[in-house]
Each structure stands twice: as structure tokens, then as C-alpha cells.
Design a protein around this ligand. Structure first.
Ligand SMILES: [Zn+2]
Length: 379
């Protein structure tokens, strides 16, 4: 995720914080400072403690995922919660159940540990009924433990709401997947998720709980994005790179200058160009490199000086889903495709999007036709 800073690495997983989260911390401290540094320190401690619980919740998901063979690259903390970036999807519904349950189970574990500390500690740990934002000063470590008990209880309850892609929604999808199959179950779970998100937005506006519409909006968008990602994976399954790639791509020579390549950007509708010398691909010239050189030197630099030398290539027979997954995790938007060491085409994000568009349209028509056929036979 862009605009994130890595704070540490645990079990091979990078723990990152998004810049907006740091802004939230800054904002909370700044508002707290109006009532004195004690209030500011309390707010910062409560926020940091809450997000430590969020990070542990995501770590719970991630460790379960790694045990079941799903790679996790990073956990990112955002103002609305945490996201574990998994590099592939769990293929069995039972795996998804195990990975999903591990998150709230971690919160239950934290709750248990904090409860025991509160029980044994020589100081009082209060039990709060609501969020302790207006606690009489000075506050103690006991107040912080008491508040985090409440935070973990709320996290368990909130995460189990069946609003996909939250944990409850993922459990619902796993249940449906045994019956409808993974792609169809995702569509149904995402629709229920979006309906729940709308409910959050409306309820939050009526009850004047302004965090709720914001969370609802994020769930609404995330449900759509995850639905598309899962459907794309299912469309690409069993398809090779040759069926999706653009075989009529343009390539450039090492001595071609940026100004010579400029027109190709809009005329060919291609973002990146393989640099070919003696029939072999030696580099990749990106749109950014061409434009930057145009602005700085008027486009006089050669492709060989501007090109990227380290990039991934694919073979026509390679599974498209796997190459797509790697493109997403590495951020490489154009992959040269080689046949016997020579350029056979390029695979781009746009090719994949178009392939997805065409296949989903045709699959939808096929589904509609067979439904119509079934209806006519029932009549
Ligand atoms: Zn979770």
C-alpha cells in the first residue's frame, strides 16, 4: 500500500503504518492538548493501545494463513483498522474459516491476558461500560487496561457482523462456498456486505455516530474491490498468458531517444516498451522515464540509458492468474512475454482488465441463456 512506513518485521511479515494513521494520532494529540498534556497523553496511549490490538488481530489472521500455505507480505494499519495483505486467496472454505477465526480469537486471548493482569495487579482496573474518552484525570495504567478490555470486546463483536470483507462476512462466504462455489459465494457475500454497509451509513447518520458512516463507506468500497479481485482470479484460472497478452505490441531499440518514443505513448496506447537488441529483450522503457526525460532534457536520452534492467518476464504457456498475482505484488504493470528467448508480446494490466470484461460478459450471457432454458423447461 502506498504512503505506508514499515515499523518492524514480525515472523517475516512487515508491520506498516499508513501516513493517515499518523495524521490521526497527531490530530488526537492536538485536540487533547487543548485540555492539557495529561489528556493528550491519555488519548495517545489509548489510540496506540487500540491499534496494537488491531495489529495483533491481523497478525493472528496472518500466522494462521502462513501455517496453511497462504503467503502474507505485510500488515498495514489504517485509521479505520488493519489490513493483512495476502498474496493469494485460501482455496478451501475450511482454510478460510481457520484464517478468519484466528483474528477474533487473538482478541479473546488479549482480553484473557489483560483480565488476568487486572485481577493480579495491585491496582484497581475499572470496568467501563462505554468508550472511556472523558475519564477524570489523572488516569492510571489500570484505566488503560480497563479500556483495552472494552476495546477487545468490541472488536470481537464488530468483526463478527456479516459485512464482507469483515471477518463475519468472510465466515459467511466460507459457509456459502461449500454450496455455491467460491466465486458465486463471494458475489452473494459482497452484496450482503454492501447492504450492511449502507445500513451502517444510515444508522450512523441518524444516531450521530459519525465514525460509523465512514466505516460503512470503506466496507462498501472494499466489498466491491474484493469481489472483483476474486472474480478476476476465477476468470483467469486455467488460462495461459498467450490467451490474454497483446501479441502486436511495439518494441524500441536501445538507441531510440525518448522524443522518438513519445508519440508511441498515445498512438499505440502502450505504457511501457520492451527494449530489444539483436532480437533479445534487454530492458523495459516506462512511460514515466520517457516523460521525465522529455521534461528534463527535451527527450535526448537513449532508451538504453532510461530503461529498467531488472523486471519479470513470462512465457506464453505460463498460468495467467499466477503472473497477474506477481504483477500485483511487485507493481510491474507490463510483463514482456518471451518465446524461445524472443519477444512474443506483452501482458499488461489493461489486457487482463479487458479479458475479464469480455469473459464476464460472455459468462453472464451464458448463465442467462441456461437460466432461460431451465425456466422454459419448467413451464
Ligand atoms: Zn479480522
Amino acid at each position: 500500500m502506498k504512503w505506508s512506513l514499515t515499523i518492524c518485521t514480525l515472523f517475516g511479515i512487515r508491520i506498516r503504518v499508513h501516513v493517515t494513521f499518523l495524521l490521526l494520532l497527531f490530530l488526537v494529540v492536538a485536540i487533547g492538548m487543548e485540555s492539557g498534556w495529561r489528556v493528550a497523553a491519555w488519548c495517545a496511549a489509548l489510540l496506540a493501545g487500540t491499534f496494537a490490538c488491531v495489529a495483533l488481530h491481523e497478525l493472528g489472521h496472518s500466522l494462521a494463513a502462513q501455517r496453511l500455505g497462504v503467503r502474507v507480505s505485510a500488515i498495514t494499519l489504517l485509521p479505520i483498522g488493519g489490513v493483512a495483505q495476502m498474496r493469494s486467496m485460501p482455496q478451501k472454505p475450511s482454510y478460510e474459516v481457520a484464517i478468519t477465526v484466528a483474528g477474533p480469537l487473538t482478541n479473546a486471548l488479549i482480553f484473557g491476558v489483560l483480565y488476568l493482569i487486572g485481577d493480579w495487579a495491585p491496582f484497581l482496573v475499572p470496568y467501563y461500560a462505554g468508550l472511556p474518552l472523558h475519564v477524570p484525570m489523572p488516569v492510571s495504567v489500570g484505566d488503560l487496561i480497563g479500556s483495552l478490555l472494552l476495546v477487545n470486546k468490541w472488536m470481537i463483536a464488530f468483526n463478527l457482523v456479516p459485512a464482507y470483507p469483515m471477518d463475519g462476512g468472510r465466515l459467511l462466504r466460507a459457509l456459502l462456498a461449500g454450496w455455491l462455489g467460491f466465486p458465486r459465494a463471494t458475489v452473494v457475500a459482497a452484496r450482503i456486505g454492501r447492504a450492511m454497509a449502507m445500513l451502517f451509513i444510515v444508522a450512523g447518520l441518524f444516531a450521530e455516530l459519525y465514525m460509523l458512516p465512514f466505516v460503512g463507506l470503506v466496507i462498501f468500497m472494499a466489498a466491491g474491490m474484493e469481489e472483483r479481485a476474486v472474480l478476476m482470479q476465477s476468470v483467469l484460472r486455467g488460462v495461459d498468458v498467450a490467451s490474454v497478452m497483446n501479441p502486436a505490441c511495439l518494441a524500441v531499440a536501445p538507441e531510440d531517444t525518448a522524443s522518438q518514443c513519445l508519440a508511441m505513448l498515445h498512438q499505440a496506447g502502450q505504457d511501457d516498451f520492451p527494449v530489444v537488441a539483436d532480437g533479445h529483450v534487454i530492458g523495459l522503457l516506462t512511460r514515466e522515464a520517457i516523460l521525465e526525460d522529455m521534461r528534463e532534457t527535451g527527450g535526448g536520452a537513449c532508451a538504453s540509458d532510461l530503461m529498467i534492467r531488472e523486471f519479470r518476464c513470462a512465457w506464453p504457456e505460463a498460468p495467467a492468474a499466477e503472473v497477474h498475482e506477481e504483477m500485483q505484488s511487485s507493481g510491474q504493470r507490463t510483463v514482456p512475454v518471451l518465446r524461445d528467448g524472443r519477444l512474443a508480446g506483452v501482458l499488461t494490466q489493461e489486457n487482463i482488465n479487458r479479458y475479464f470484461l469480455v469473459r464476464s460478459f460472455l459468462n453472464g450471457r451464458k448463465g442467462a441463456k441456461s437460466r432461460a432454458y431451465r425456466d422454459s423447461r419448467q413451464r
